[in-house]
Design a protein around this ligand. Structure first.
Ligand code: ADP
Length: 772
């Protein structure tokens, strides 16, 4: 035992190292017919190995050995029930494979040979010098275990290779090389994948060479073989043909090796159909994208991290008028205007750093220095080598911007024109909604309500007119002009359809205020009628006295008439002639005024003298009119110091006219003529009567030519409707005016206002013609 202890100490490290490396801790079974010796050995070996059991009956050992519980069998040449060699043969028979070491107590060399022939690892002769023998046994067992484990590894790796060979997803082919021709010979081995993929059995492959599976022309086999023989290995792509003539793209890795002293080739063929497909797809996709990018209507360029052009498409070249050769390799600053270069460089650096860029408009320059406006966006991409690239997308918007500017300018121009128009203008859309009104419109009609329809908003109608409908439907394109009364004013309404490329878009309506013109036209029409009335009047006024002259003058021829009768006829003729003369005078007076021949001739007027003169005339008129019952009074209330400078003849003419009318239209009461100074420093001549008066609505029209309160009265009171019109004109010419206040049935007061001192600048030229 002490020997054993010593051994343990001496060999501890060695044992542990070996055990770990070679897995020598495996189980050992000692089968021996001498229990004492066997147990002694077991004890010793237990120190060396992890599990050492000892059995004496061979029958007991069969079971554990069959279950593989031991890795090494150490048995004596004689067992209790049979010979050791016999037991080994029994194990063989039972297909129990285990390495064994035999220890013989009494043996000869013949037995040793027998045992070794049966496959023993070692044959030992027992020695009683256990101190020497046991370590020797232990060493033998260690070696036996080592050999066993190695053998196991070899068989395991063979299995491994076999498994690999069969289960690899690539087809594997092995064939020899003819030394002389350097050509491949028939296959000596192929794996299942090769059979499955190409559709041949192993037996069929045995009579085939690589030429039978290569698609002719897909690879230069001679060059491949030369390369292989020279370098020992080669990788190449080719097509394999299957039994049913399908072509499979493969990548082959062939290696030259020595097999039983002969050159052999192991080829691993990888099916690259998917890879090829992906590659083809990639190629196609690249082709597609390249052609898209090349022909893209957007300019595209790729620049490197520093901003040098690596790629430019056709449109990019077109925008800047360069060829791609002129751009590639150059810095992108070549298309930036001088003042923007620094900013562009800063933005480029920032973009490369952050990958962020805001789509923006840039002022750029082309090859010929023309400035352009480009809208640019960019994307940052990373190369396989990790470097950044900038892809810039550019659109030339120069023309668009110029067009927009021109459009805006034109819009501003037209808007300004519309705004500055004096006439109200509005634009309405297809739905009759008013979408624009100019200032004149807003001033005249106020702001348009949201959603207001033109026909309702402007004209107060419930429905659009048929013209508008027809225009919207494209049935007519002619403009419409009409007259409409809006808010008591007359408008000439012109509506123009606005079309774009023959399609109705909106309509513009111009409202021209023609109230004055319409009034004038109406007056002219009225005037026409008046002229006819005048002619009838004048002809009556002329004919009546002329008839009297003719009638009474023919009566004078009669010799039987008395002296009194003769005088009466002569008076009648005289009176009629005077009346005729008055009519003629008035007409001539007007024609003078109209022709501008009447001039104001200012003089210092003696108002008292003037009143006296008028008074005398008034009395004559009174007598003539047989109206002596009427009282006529004259008052001069002008301050003494006041001196009136005016045309005395014209003032007298106006006053006589007013007095004549006052007498003519007054039956009871009288007429009062007063001169006074108004608060506003006017000199006023008032002619006031207690006559029939003038209705309010006629008080303006009687100052127009040929207008009388009632045409019927003409017959009763005589006259031609020219006196007041003439008076008004003369007053205006003298820088003054006539004011009328009258109450029908009570009387009238006509006041002639004259400036104290006639001033040519105050003269107002009366309107020529028949309107006023
Ligand atoms: P004429 O008296 O010759 O008809 P006028 O122009 O002098 O023409 O007068 C126009 C009309 O005005 C008269 O016809 C008359 O109807 C009215 N009228 C003028 N003066 C008076 C008055 N004092 N009172 C009433 N009606 C008057």
């Amino acid at each position: 035992m002490c020997v054993c202890s010593k051994y343990v100490t001496d060999n501890n490290n060695h044992h542990t190292l070996q055990g770990k490396i070679m897995d020598l801790t495996a189980e050992i079974l000692l089968l021996n017919n001498k229990p004492d010796l066997a147990d002694y050995l077991r004890q010793y070996l237990s120190l060396e190995f992890s599990k050492v059991d000892c059995l004496h009956e061979s029958r007991q050992a069969i079971g554990p050995l069959a279950r593989g519980e031991y890795k090494l069998l150490v048995l004596s040449n004689h067992l209790n029930d049979m010979e050791g060699l016999e037991f080994v043969r029994l194990l063989r028979k039972e297909a129990i494979s285990i390495p064994f070491v035999m220890i013989a107590g009494d043996s000869d060399i013949r037995q040793a040979v027998e045992v070794m022939k049966e496959g023993a690892v070692e044959f030992l002769q027992w020695s009683d010098d256990t101190d020497a023998f046991f370590p020797y046994v232990a060493e033998v067992l260690r070696r036996a275990l080592y050999l066993h484990s190695k053998l196991q590894l070899v068989s395991e790796s063979e299995l491994l290779y076999k498994t690999l060979f069969e289960n690899i997803r690539d087809a594997v082919f092995v064939h020899f090389v003819d030394d002389k021709t350097r050509q491949p010979t028939t296959f000596i081995e192929v794996n299942q994948v090769a059979c499955r993929r190409l559709g041949y059995s192993r037996e069929e492959f045995a009579s085939m060479t690589p030429f039978d599976i290569d698609v002719p022309g897909s690879v230069d086999m001679k060059a491949v073989m030369e390369d292989l023989c020279l370098n020992g290995s080669v990788i190449f792509s080719t097509f394999h043909a299957t039994k049913n003539r399908q072509h499979i793209p493969v990548e082959i890795n062939s290696r030259l090796f020595d097999l039983k002293g002969q050159k052999a080739i192991l080829s691993v063929a990888r099916n690259i159909t998917d890879q090829q497909k992906a590659l083809d797809e990639l190629k196609n996709s690249e082709l597609r994208f390249r052609s898209i990018i090349e022909k893209c209507i957007v300019g595209i360029c790729i620049t490197d991290e520093k901003g040098f052009f690596e790629y430019v498409n056709d449109e990019y070249c077109r925008i800047y008028s360069y060829t791609s050769e002129e751009m590639l390799g150059k810095h992108a600053q070549m298309i930036v205007a001088g003042e923007h270069k620094q900013m562009m460089a800063d933005l480029h650096d920032e973009f490369i750093l952050t990958g962020k860029m805001i789509k923006n408009e840039w002022h750029v320059v082309d090859k010929y220095g023309s400035s352009k406006i480009a809208v640019a966006d960019a994307a940052r991409v990373t190369d396989v080598d990790g470097r950044y690239r900038k892809i810039t997308f550019v659109q030339d918007v120069t023309e668009e911007r110029q067009f927009k500017e021109a459009l805006e300018l034109s819009e501003v121009k037209y808007r300004t024109m519309m705004e500055s128009l004096q006439d109200p203008v509005y634009i309405s859309d297809r739905n009759y909604n008013i979408i624009f009104t100019n200032k004149a419109y807003q001033k005249r009609f106020g702001k348009v309500k949201e959603g207001a329809r033109c026909y309702n908003e402007v004209f107060g109608e419930k429905h659009p007119c048929s013209w508008c409908k027809a225009t919207i439907e494209g049935k007519t394109t002619v403009r419409k002009r009409m007259e409409k009364t809006i808010n008591k004013r007359d408008y000439e309404v012109t509506t123009v359809p606005i079309q774009f490329e023959d399609v109705y878009m909106a309509k513009m309506t111009i409202l021209r205020d023609v109230t004055k013109t319409v009034k004038a036209r109406r007056r002219a029409e009225e005037s026409d009628k008046l002229k006819s009335a005048f002619l009838a009047n004048v002809s009556h006024e002329i004919r009546t006295p002329l008839n009297a002259v003719l009638g009474f003058s023919s009566l004078l021829k009669d010799e039987d008439i008395t002296r009194d009768e003769t005088l009466m006829y002569v008076d009648m003729i005289n009176e009629s002639s005077a009346h005729l003369m008055h009519v003629m005078d008035n007409i001539i007076e007007f024609s003078f005024i109209d022709s501008g021949l009447v001039k104001v001739e200012p003089v210092l007027i003696d108002t008292d003298g003037l009143l006296k003169d008028i008074g005398e005339e008034a009395v004559r008129m009174q007598t003539k009119m047989n109206k002596n019952n009427l009282k006529i009074a004259f008052h001069n209330r002008l301050p003494d110091e006041l001196s009136l400078v005016c045309d005395q003849v014209r003032v007298r003419q106006v006053l006589l006219n007013l007095v004549s009318n006052a007498l003519k239209f007054t039956e009871i009461g009288g007429v009062t003529v007063t001169i006074f100074q108004s608060q506003n420093k006017w000199v006023v001549f008032s002619v006031k009567d207690s006559g029939i008066g003038i209705p309010k609505e006629k008080q303006e029209v009687i100052f127009r030519r040929f207008r009388q309160v009632d045409e019927g009265q003409t017959r009763m009171f005589g006259g031609n409707g020219l006196g007041l019109a003439l008076s008004k004109h003369l007053a205006l010419m003298m820088g003054g005016y006539i004011k009328l206040e009258s109450v029908p049935g009570k009387g009238s007061e006509f006041q002639l206002f004259l400036p104290e001192n006639f001033d040519q600048s105050l003269t107002r030229v009366p309107f020529m013609g028949y309107i006023k």
